[in-house]
Design a protein around this ligand. Structure first.
Ligand SMILES: [Zn+2]
Length: 439
């Protein structure tokens, strides 16, 4: 059928810029978007202008569009930060820029900052909603897509980089806070939007180490926004990263006994590391737990050697562990022991743990009413925020909730429906209510 060929061409065109250098995710959203292109090409019933009007008529959707259209790949967040400061100041908030140092390896040296905002005259709110304003690359333009079949506003799909992770959370959190304060003008609700979440959590670490994170804490409830499919998350796995390096001695490949191969040295080590999540703790493996399942390891990169005819002088691999139980220190000990055992304590092998990014499994609160609960495998900023309640009886509750799915979050098909975005405002409203009631 001609129409479908046209649709295929249109849809191929639509994904080309985003797909360059990127592996498309296989999921159902892809087909629905292609369908919508066909609908727009074939049925004049729903025009682009109609979709634009739906967005323009809604403060939530307009805010979401504004911040999603601003490119904000990690280390380049200041433009979207400025837009948020302006918006919040127009809506009864005092918005402060908390300048965050530029990462050493960043391509850009432009100023970057977290946005810390509180209702005018109320700098120590009891409830804080927080999310991140950076995205992964590449930037994908914001687009609107009519649903297949009969038109339903709630099923209009919004696509583009950051539309889910995490600008959907940011827009919904702001809207929920403003709505709540419209009905309860004295409600103390803070908003914290951090930079650098996708590259190690610099922004949240910076906030955590700053004077704003008081001892004891002035806040009692933290509501974190990430894509959770509108479910409340009861916790996520920990994260431990490390690199393994092997040293060798170069020689002609025809006379390998004159050298020492770093690749041969590292292979059995990596093979052992690869199975640490699958073997029992008693046998030197990493722990599992009922809540989080198995600890998993991903050997994400391997490098080594210079050419096929040279005995390799060096080899290295970088590994990320998603930790299901125990502490960071225990996991590091297990890994060091496994490497030492399999290499016979070889001096040519070194394991390095970067000291700033590791955290144990993180348990979260789920006592707010009316939510489905789930556990996730991805990490968040939550462990980066140290709560200074030592020696007090202050309890700080932490919730994790947001619109959209993590399965599309970093892919070319990143997007969500208007219905999900609007429902998130309701969900955040209920979490704010729970927080305000206990403070
Ligand atoms: Zn995120």
């Amino acid at each position: 059928m001609k129409l479908s060929i046209v649709a295929a061409l249109l849809s191929a065109h639509a994904v080309v810029p985003a797909a360059a250098g990127f592996i498309p995710q296989q999921n159902s959203q892809a087909s629905s978007v292609r369908g919508s292109v066909m609908l727009r090409g074939a049925a004049p019933a729903v025009q682009n202008e109609d979709l634009d009007k739906i967005v323009a008529d809604s403060p939530l959707l307009s805010l979401h569009r504004t911040i999603s259209e601003i490119e904000s790949i990690s280390n380049d967040e200041s433009k979207v930060g400025e837009a948020l400061v302006k918006y919040l100041e127009e809506h009864g908030y005092t918005a402060e820029k908390q300048v965050v140092p530029v990462e050493e390896d960043a391509n850009s040296t432009a100023e970057r900052f977290n946005v810390w905002a509180y209702p005018n005259g109320n700098p120590q709110p009891k409830v804080i909603l927080t999310s991140h304003i950076d995205t992964v690359p590449p930037h994908i333009p914001y687009t609107l897509h009519a649903p297949e079949g009969e038109f339903d506003r709630a099923n209009v799909r919004i696509m583009g980089r950051g539309t889910v992770d995490a600008k959907a959370s940011v827009a919904a959190q702001i809207t929920a806070a403003l709505n709540y304060r419209e009905a309860n003008p004295d409600a103390a609700i803070g908003l914290l939007f951090v930079v650098g979440e996708e590259v190690g959590g610099t922004g949240m670490v910076h906030f955590s180490d700053s004077d704003l994170n008081t001892t004891p804490p002035f806040f009692r409830t933290l509501i974190f926004g990430e894509p959770t499919e509108l479910k409340l998350v009861d916790g996520h796995k920990g994260n431990v990263r490390f690199t393994v390096e092997a040293k060798g001695l170069a020689a002609h490949s025809g006379y390998p006994w004159l050298g020492h191969s770093a690749v041969s040295e590292i292979l059995p080590v990596l093979s052992r590391i690869d199975e640490l999540g699958d073997i029992p703790v008693e046998e030197g493996g990493l722990p599992a737990s009922e809540k989080y399942g198995r600890t998993t390891l991903n050997i994400g990169t391997i490098k080594g050697g210079a050419a096929g005819n040279i005995v390799p002088v060096s080899a290295s691999a970088s590994v990320t562990v998603r930790l299901a139980a125990g502490t960071v220190e225990e996991a590091q000990e297990t890994i060091k022991r496994a490497v030492s055992d399999v290499s016979g304590g070889s001096q040519n092998i070194t394991v390095t743990f970067p000291n700033d990014k590791a955290y144990p499994p993180t348990d979260l609160d789920v006592d707010a009413e009316g939510f489905e609960v789930m556990t996730v495998n991805y990490g968040t900023d939550i462990p980066k925020l140290t709560i200074h309640n030592e020696g007090t009886d202050i309890q700080v509750k932490k919730y994790l909730y947001g619109p959209g799915s993590i399965f599309v979050a970093h892919g070319v098909d990143e997007g969500l429906t208007i219905g999900d975005l609007e429902e998130a405002v309701e969900g955040y409203g209920r979490l704010i209510e729970a927080g305000i009631k206990r403070s």
